[in-house]
Design a protein around this ligand. Structure first.
Ligand code: M6R
Length: 608
């Protein structure tokens, strides 16, 4: 995700940009750096670790610059080290650049630059962008011309900010999909990747749109397109306070994180699907996938629920026997592990003590390990044999939402990758890739159900018990939806496969009991309708979530919520979590609960 800042004006520019990135802490930190106009050249100070390390470096130098750019990194390419920290220089050390996002074709661009004699200090895609802009700048024209030409050569979702030694007092930035906000005030110009970093300096802001370039000087900000056509920025006045602004104007991080899921999917897929194929870097050799006879997925909480989705997927799509374990049980269960098995660890934080202990047990037993992890540089990411990052950005709310969705998507990508490598008959990788492409818009539509979910939530906010039911993948999602409700709204839940109800839990249904049915799976539709009837016959109120192409629940359930079909049953089920996350959120809200920090819980559970 990363935080970006830039300032030109009469104040101490380095202090301003460091203050700005401090206000972007919620976007994640693993290293930070600053570049500023020195007396004769651009100077860069940067360091791995928290912002205080950078503050110490700055304090020693006490720079008095009037233009500066800064960055706080949340690693996606390359470990969080001093070398990989931003800003990065071009080949001639005359242009400094900070960047947010992923440049998908950076390997291709890097090879070209290496052939032209460039050498690189870091493993980042960012340094490639700096060199590319430097190479374009040497061809002539202004810094913004070079940025325009280089931007056209890059693919992916990115935003970057540059300054050049030969053009002091000027900062140029460009955007393609990653956020950049401009700040306007008399005699000063600012930019940042999010509004909170601008608020102490100005409330007059404009969002830089995709494929636009902005030039910041003391005299003001000029915005233009990649073709050089000048455009008038739409300046607006921000009236939120800074705490609300950190949350993007949402009342809680949880709601912000639910709502940003369309972008999370884009970010998670970036560089991983091309044409009709999946391309996952850094995995095991193709030969190894032929050898694996069993998968064991090991995780806790929400990540365990994502693991259950993995089991459904791997067994149905790949006919690969898969077990899912709670990390805390796996470790003490003396598990029987085939030497040909693969242990998959799923974790948002990468620091969950139970999962790390289970990982170390697998390593002792010489079992191959793969991590599906959100936090780059975390213990799990470093200790597994191979890692796939979920690329969901920092998750602040204790209740996991966007990380779950990203974990499901990475599992789906992995399933398609294995099918591709094994050339599995009957699995259409291209259909899976197409369904993934449909996902961001389907999720966007699902987030637009917020008002409807709020209305239902308010109606049932005082419910003493809520049921979450489904079959196959929908039953897995039911477990996750129930966990969301209990952890933030403190409402007891009963969750199980719908067919299990008559073996006991049905006894708990009373007049008016809310029963939420995941009903996206057409293969089990008839049986599920029978289960719905069983609940209704005992007075239960049924809320069903299904796809909008399926009318079979109309008139059956008391309330039907429809999501847009993606073209794949697994992804439809995964997507159905979005309205259910909102149901939990709004029920907790109606009950006045502490949503982002529920009682008794912590974001990262580092004790066993
Ligand atoms: O960081 P991890 O994914 O390893 O965390 C695992 C669980 O502690 C976590 O998913 C927890 O269940 C969430 N609070 C649920 O919303």
């Amino acid at each position: 995700m990363c935080g970006i800042a830039g300032y030109v004006g009469k104040k101490n520019a380095v202090q301003v940009v460091i203050d700005q990135i401090a206000r972007l802490e919620y976007r994640g930190y693993d290293s930070a750096g600053v570049a500023f106009d020195g007396p004769s050249s651009i100077k860069v100070l940067k360091s791995a670790g928290k912002l205080d390390r950078l503050r110490e470096l700055v304090a020693k130098e006490d720079p008095q610059a009037t233009s500066a750019i800064a960055h706080s990194r949340w690693a996606t390419h390359g470990a969080p080290t001093d070398l990989n920290a931003h800003p990065h220089f071009d080949q001639a050390n005359k242009i400094a650049l900070v960047h947010n996002g992923i440049i998908e074709n950076y390997m291709e661009l890097k090879e070209e630059l290496v052939r032209a004699g460039h050498t690189f200090q870091s493993e980042t895609d960012t340094e490639v962008a700096a060199h590319l802009i430097g190479a374009e700048f040497e061809k002539g024209g202004s810094l913004e011309d070079a940025v325009r030409r280089a931007s056209r050569k890059m693919t992916g979702a990115f935003a970057f900010v540059v300054m050049a030694e030969s053009e002091p007092g000027k900062i140029v930035c460009a955007r393609n999909a990653s956020p950049l906000v401009l700040g306007f005030t008399e005699g000063e110009s600012l930019l940042a990747s999010d509004i909170p970093a601008l608020l102490p300096y100005t409330r007059r802001v404009a969002i830089l749109e995709n494929n636009q370039v902005a030039v910041l000087t003391e005299a003001g900000i000029e915005v233009s397109t990649l073709d050089g056509k000048v455009v008038e920025p739409e300046i607006f006045e921000v009236d939120w306070d800074s705490t609300a602004a950190e949350k993007g104007g949402f009342e809680h991080f949880m709601l912000k994180e639910i709502m940003e899921q369309p972008d999370v999917v884009r970010q998670c897929l970036a560089g991983r699907i091309a044409g009709n194929e999946v391309s996952l870097d850094g995995l095991f050799s193709d030969h190894m996938w032929q050898e694996i006879d069993r998968v064991n997925i090991i995780a806790c909480g929400t990540a365990y629920h994502a693991g259950l989705m993995g089991k459904t997927l791997f067994e149905q799509m790949l006919q690969l026997p898969t077990d899912v374990y709670f990390s805390s049980e796996f470790r003490y269960g003396d598990p029987l592990l085939s030497p040909r098995s693969l242990a998959v660890f799923i974790s948002q934080s990468g620091e969950t003590a139970d999962s790390l202990a289970a990982l170390r047990l697998c390593k002792q037993r010489r079992i191959r390990t793969l991590g599906i992890v959100n936090v780059v540089g975390s213990s799990m990411a470093r200790e597994v044999d191979r890692v796939l990052f979920t690329q969901a950005g920092p998750e602040i709310s204790v209740a996991s939402t966007k990380a779950y969705l990203a974990q499901g998507i990475v599992l789906f990508l992995l399933g398609l990758h294995i099918a591709q490598v094994k050339e599995m008959p009957g699995v259409s990788v291209s259909a899976g890739v197409q369904a993934l492409r449909n996902l961001p818009e389907a999720i966007q539509e699902a987030t637009e159900l917020a008002d409807e979910m709020k209305e239902i939530a308010e109606k049932f906010a005082q419910a003493p018990l809520v049921f979450f039911l489904g079959r196959r993948a929908d039953a897995n999602v039911a477990l996750e939806a129930a966990l969301k409700l209990k952890e933030i709204a403190y409402i007891p839940t009963q969750e199980c496969p719908a067919g299990e109800m008559k073996h006991g839990p049905l006894a708990l249904i009373e007049q008016g009991t809310l029963a939420v049915f995941g009903a996206t799976d057409p293969a089990t539709r008839d049986k599920l309708i029978s289960n719905i009837r069983e609940v209704q016959a005992r007075g239960g109120y049924v809320l069903a979530v299904t796809t909008s192409d399926d009318p079979s629940l109309d008139g059956v359930a008391e309330k039907v919520i429809k999501i847009r079909p993606t073209g794949d049953a697994f992804l439809n089920a995964l997507l159905s979590i979005v309205p259910l996350q909102m149901l939990a959120y709004y029920m907790a809200h109606a009950r006045g609960c502490e949503i982002d920090q529920p009682r008794n819980l912590a974001k990262s559970v580092t004790v066993e």
